[in-house]
Design a protein around this ligand. Sequence first.
Ligand code: PMP
Length: 284
Amino acid sequence: RTVYVNGDYLPENEAKVSIFDRGFLMADGVYEVVSVLGGKLVDFDGHMVRLDRSLAELGMATPDARGDLLEIHRELVRLNDIGDGLIYMQVTRGNPGDRDFHYPPEGTEPTLVLFTQSKPGMIDSPMAKRGARIVTVPDMRWGRRDIKTVQLLYPSMAKMMAQAAGVDDAWMIEDGFVTEGTSNNAYIIKDGRIITRALSNDILHGITRAAVLRFAREAQMEVEERSFTLDEALAADEAFITSASAFVTPVVEVDGASIGSGAPGPVAARLREIYIDESLKVAV
Ligand code: PMP
């Protein structure tokens, strides 16, 4: 692969970042993942708006290359010949030259890294067809989940718990309510209404979530942005998740119990189709 590091396009084994980088020592960094379909970037502007917000919330400098990010994404798609896949982008607070809890002085250049992941057949993923099986785990993350930081140890632990349970993923529970999935937003459908937790510091403000809710409202579906409990999920007609990489993926089982018929439901299927069709129309 050819990757991007601080202005250079390099073979991945020649790309280097300092061991003192704040991203490495302190998880002091933020990231975005943009999906690529047919060589085009899906919802690129939405991801860049959220990047700016993450940087602002952490008082982190904007990389000099901010204005070139579209070009850098496109160049990586071209250099790596990506049809369908993902582009991962990370910005950290950079290299202060030593380990120190305090932020480095102003003017320390942030570290900007991007790389591609090729995923042929991403649209026809087997999991989208059969539906995901999930377990629930306590949400033990910090209190600013709205900032997309690279501090992903707990989500990784939760995915390992899901794997140990023999299922695909996990939803996280706090005070009896579902917050979100380990790397996706969580939804249930009851009596035709789409129910998903409202935006706050408790969850990531998914770019796919925003698009899917917009398309759902445009299609005259009813949307309720409110918290829901595990019991409500178990009694739901359908459930699904959204993320840039999973698009809309049905959830057919929670903690060993079937949701609805136990097969992917019609509303989730329709939303997936609308989301992919509409996103392709405006992909850049
Ligand atoms: N919640 C969490 C915790 C996530 O990690 C992600 C994906 N990074 C999402 C939701 C979905 O966000 P998006 O639709 O912007 O990919």
